[in-house]
Design a protein around this ligand. Structure first.
Ligand SMILES: [Zn+2]
Length: 119
């Protein structure tokens, strides 16, 4: 139970960091602030996370964002992940690495599940 919630807590901390990074890089917002658009996105993302029905079992939001975000926000968060994801390696190496490991594990698992369904 504790371990499962940890991934969720990580995501909860990671999202604002990634959005801020994206905002600084792309929107040129300075001084650790975010522009109103990114503030809205942060709020939306954290709200979705809080409401997530898979909270306890989930690994990272990035996997199910596609199904749970509304299209407009989905595009924005995808841009954020694309921009900030690779850059997290430098500022949050443990975060980024565990994210990548989880993603590989998750993809393998999905593949296995798909195979089982075929049979
Ligand atoms: Zn911004």
């Amino acid at each position: 139970m504790r371990n499962k919630l940890k991934a969720w807590e990580k995501e909860n901390r990671l999202i604002p960091v990634m959005i801020k990074k994206h905002c600084r890089g792309k929107h040129k917002t300075k001084g650790g602030q975010v522009c109103p658009e990114c503030a809205e996105l942060t709020e939306y993302a954290l709200y979705r996370l809080k409401m997530c029905p898979f909270k306890e079992n989930k690994k990272f939001c990035s996997f199910c964002v596609i199904h749970c975000y509304k299209p407009e926000m989905r595009d924005k968060i995808k841009a954020v992940m694309k921009y900030s994801g690779p850059r997290m390696i430098f500022t949050h190496p443990i975060f980024a690495l565990s994210h990548v490991t989880q993603m590989i594990k998750y993809k393998k698992k999905r593949k296995r599940e798909a195979k089982n369904l075929d049979r």
